[in-house]
Design a protein around this ligand. Structure first.
Ligand SMILES: [Zn+2]
Length: 505
């Protein structure tokens, strides 16, 4: 096998083309692949794979070679690696010519495990004398490099995707250097590997996040890790040493420019995967096992989410504002304890209850509300005023909490706290502020709907509700019926201490 001293001759970006001939099996194909990827790794080439399973000689019948030839014409690669020269094509003369022209025009080499072909060589345009050829090639490569733009950059495994994913940094870390590529930050690497080890042992992304947060290992911006961030990191193929582009087209950003195109997601067959771009930090095996574990877990989650229960989405936890969920056991429906767990892994602990019990309580409250409503027809609706008072109180609380936060920041600047203490206190305050802001938002929402529905309309909705609620048995319909008269039900239970409050429309 030739060993091409790629630094001396400056071959860096190549495509591998693998094609099955009629007599060969898929196993042969895999052997060819190993041979060529090996050649790339030994010579430190960044490479893209093109594998053709069809056996046709005609270029038009082979979609991968058409795509590859187009990129060769554009000058994307320094060389194309094949097991034998004639893998590229042995069709009619016209096709041979098409292939030859593509390589000649763009000064692209053809590398096989034992020969290098330069189709621009004047002496022999299929087989070049290595020494003479490389001297000339060196000059050509320099001029070629200047012609190549950014689009090509991405295809060549340069990092063009913004902030590199943890634990990578762009281009340089201490002694390490990868031109326009990624290198591993050794400190972050330890944290990253601890995530991988936990995931392989079956820990969920949420548990991994909690583990780090409790150890006071925060994100680069000093925030708590979230399950979503961890999951994204665990699934990222960048960490296998690859750079993947052409996954989608257009602007998927939330605040996109008004005339931006919608995002188009391409199928995996269209992706451009450049291998061997940077140091991998997990193995393919580890990656596949983690993906399997995550998929299994998501499936269980989806199944559970699918059901609609009578009070799905209607009962909010008094302590944290999250919706309670439900389950069925021995033909009875239960409301679960609040599921919410904060980023430190602390459970909310608001208790659950048998649904028939809470439904009785809710129906009693609705009946009371309706009676009060009937007696009250002459008077002005007072609930609007009550809500205004509540909002004012909450707003006062919010400004107090904000003040407390700024005091904490001041104290940190004065050197009263260590960084750790400050982060911890800051987080706590930010939670509170977030909660209060959410409550105010919910309250505003109920005042709006309160103003929108006239008294007559409310009365009509209430009558309709009582006319139908006993006869309706289907969960989804019952849920809709409740939604015609109420916005949410606020729930609190701690042992015998039970409170419910209904936000009517
Ligand atoms: Zn809760």
């Amino acid at each position: 096998m030739v060993n091409i001293e790629s630094k001396k001759y400056d071959i860096r970006y190549v495509a591998i083309y693998i094609r099955k001939s009629r007599a060969e099996s898929m196993e042969d194909l895999e052997k060819h692949r190993m041979l060529l990827t090996d050649l790339c790794r030994k010579n430190n080439f960044k490479y893209v794979e093109y594998m053709e399973v069809g056996t046709s000689d005609s270029i038009d019948m082979r979609p991968k070679i058409s795509k590859l030839l187009k990129e060769v014409e554009e000058g994307v690669y320094d060389a194309v690696c094949v097991v034998e020269y004639d893998r590229l094509g042995r069709g009619d003369l016209g096709e041979q010519d098409r292939i030859k022209k593509a390589f000649q025009k763009s000064d692209t080499l053809i590398i096989t495990p034992d020969k290098i072909y330069d189709l621009n060589n004047d002496i022999d345009d299929t087989y070049a004398d290595l020494k003479g050829f490389f001297a000339r090639q060196e000059y050509k490569m320099i001029t070629k490099r200047l012609r190549q733009g950014k689009k090509i950059g991405a295809r060549r495994g340069q990092w063009t995707n913004g902030i590199p994913p943890f634990p990578y940094v762009y281009q340089r870390y201490h002694g390490k250097y990868n031109e326009k590529g990624l290198v591993v930050d050794d400190e972050r690497y330890k944290v990253y590997r601890s995530m991988i080890e936990l995931a392989l042992n079956g820990a969920s992304p949420r548990k991994i996040a909690e583990n780090l947060n409790n150890k006071k290992v925060f994100t680069l911006k000093g925030n708590y890790w979230s399950a979503v961030t961890i999951q994204r990191l665990l699934m990222d193929e960048t960490h296998l040493g690859k750079i993947i582009s052409n996954k989608s087209q257009g602007d998927g950003h939330k605040n996109k420019r008004p005339n931006a195109k919608d995002v188009k997601i391409f199928p995996k067959s269209e992706w451009v995967i450049v291998e061997n771009c940077h140091e991998p930090v997990k193995t393919q095996e580890e990656h596949e096992k983690i993906i399997q574990l995550i998929n299994d877990r998501n499936l269980i989650g989806k199944k559970a989410r699918h059901q609609t229960y009578v009070f799905s989405g209607l009962i909010k936890c008094e302590r944290c504002g999250h919706s309670h969920t439900f389950y069925i056991k021995r033909d009875k429906c239960y409301m679960k304890p609040c599921w919410y767990i904060n980023p430190l892994g602390e459970k909310c602990r608001n208790e659950g209850i048998l649904v028939s019990v809470i439904e009785d309580m809710i129906l009693t409250e609705i009946a009371k509300y309706k009676d009060g409503f009937l007696m009250d027809t002459e008077q002005e609706d007072n609930s609007f005023g009550m809500l205004q008072i509540l909002i004012e109180e909450k707003e006062k609380l919010l400004s107090k909490q904000k003040k407390a936060l700024s005091l904490i920041n001041d104290a940190y600047e004065m050197g009263d706290y260590s960084r750790e203490e400050w982060l911890e206190r800051k987080k706590k305050r930010e939670f509170e502020i977030n909660d209060t802001a959410n409550e105010i938002y919910e309250l505003h929402k109920s005042t709006n709907s309160n103003q929108q529905l006239s008294k007559a309309e409310k009365m009509k909705a209430l009558s309709n509700f009582f006319d139908h609620i006993t006869a309706t048995t289907d969960n989804a319909s019952r849920n809709e019926l409740y939604r015609t008269i109420l916005e949410s039900i606020i729930w609190y239970k701690n042992g015998d201490d039970i409170k419910i409050k209904i936000n009517f429309k």
